[in-house]
Design a protein around this ligand. Structure first.
Ligand SMILES: *[C@@H]1O[C@H](CO)[C@@H](O)[C@H](O)[C@H]1NC(C)=O
Length: 316
């Protein structure tokens, strides 16, 4: 048996690797070189381009984090990067890949986020998605997930599709969250042009266990690698945005991911929303899913895993 396992291990690894595929809207799309679409926004030499200009290295050390942004603003589009997160002990470290127009609309900005939150030893990086529209920062719409792979080991694709009607977040080829525009969301659905940003920064005050564990610069520099950068405006190439009509297969992959990996949802958080926001109705109606979450919106843990006490502290 043991020798059989050894025989099959390389095949298994090959299969796992092949699963880190880009989502369907990306198939056949050209990846931009850095200078074609982006510009550095902070961090001086902590941003470095690999030869060829298609890979970017963002570092955080004691002196500064770093980041870049798209040169242009986009009203609806498909945005994607393959990201490899820092492998060092990363409590307090935040890597963000997001759309925002906070520079243009100070009080009424829109935002769509992927935020990667570093963790204490023995606990994995977590991913958070969020949606703000027209300055609706009082109403957080956070969801958090653990990942079915080690995001520090290899590049994985993280993508945001934003159309007039819906927003889909993808991890590799799997849609993990869909926000459909509803009348009750009103302007909380992002509706003004945004830029794309990628940053690494010190989130000591909140990122890990409510800020109890800050960045330990003994482990610096913290390095995040970005590749396969994609900016695709729906207006320029509408076919990319047709992928909003996800197949039955994609729908069930999304449901399975959320059942297996969602660790927090604002839709289940009764401390923040005594009554769930209207767009949550569908999520709330599935008892098999609702049952997985406590009144604090956190996933219920089985007793005896030792995770529960820590997880409960791990709030916004
Ligand atoms: C966005 O917010 C501003 C300020 O609160 C408000 O005046 C405006 O009507 C809002 N826009 C929409 C489309 O609701």
């Amino acid at each position: 048996m043991a020798s059989l396992a050894v025989l099959f291990l390389p095949i298994l690894l090959l299969i796992l690797r092949a699963e880190a595929r880009p989502p369907p809207p990306l198939h056949g799309v050209r990846h931009l070189a850095f200078e074609e679409g982006y510009t550095q926004i902070f961090g001086s030499s902590n941003l470095a381009l690999h030869p060829g200009g298609k890979r970017v290295r963002l570092a955080l050390d004691q002196s500064t984090g770093s980041g870049f942004a798209s040169q242009g603003l986009f009203l609806h589009g498909f945005f994607s990067a393959a990201i490899k997160l820092p492998a060092a002990y990363a409590a307090g470290v935040v890597v963000a890949f997001y759309l925002s127009n906070g520079d243009v609309y100070e009080k009424t900005h829109d935002e769509l986020d992927f935020e990667f939150l570093g963790n204490v030893r023995g606990r994995d990086w977590r991913v958070q998605t969020n949606v703000y529209g027209n300055g609706s920062t009082h109403a957080g719409r956070e969801e958090r997930y653990d990942l079915p792979f080690d995001p520090t080991e290899d590049f994985h694709h993280y993508s945001i599709l934003w159309t007039h009607q819906r927003i889909i977040f993808y991890v590799d080829e799997t849609p993990i969250r869909e926000v459909v525009r509803t009348a009750s969301m009103g302007a909380a659905f992002p509706s003004k042009p945004m830029s794309l940003y990628a940053t690494i920064w010190d989130g000591s005050s909140w990122a890990t266990l409510g800020g109890r564990y800050g960045v330990d610069y003994k482990y610096a520099p913290f390095v995040a690698e970005f590749a396969d950068l994609v900016l695709h405006a729906c207006a320029v190439d509408p076919s990319t945005c047709d992928a909003t009509v996800t197949s039955a297969e994609q729908r069930s992959a999304m449901a399975a991911f959320r059942r297996g990996h969602m660790s927090y949802s604002y839709c289940h958080d009764r401390r923040r929303y005594a009554a769930p926001l209207d767009e949550c109705a569908a999520a709330e109606r599935v008892p098999a899913v609702a049952r997985l979450f406590g009144p604090d919106g956190m996933r219920r843990r089985h007793r005896g895993t030792g995770h529960r006490a820590a997880a409960q502290d791990d709030v916004m």
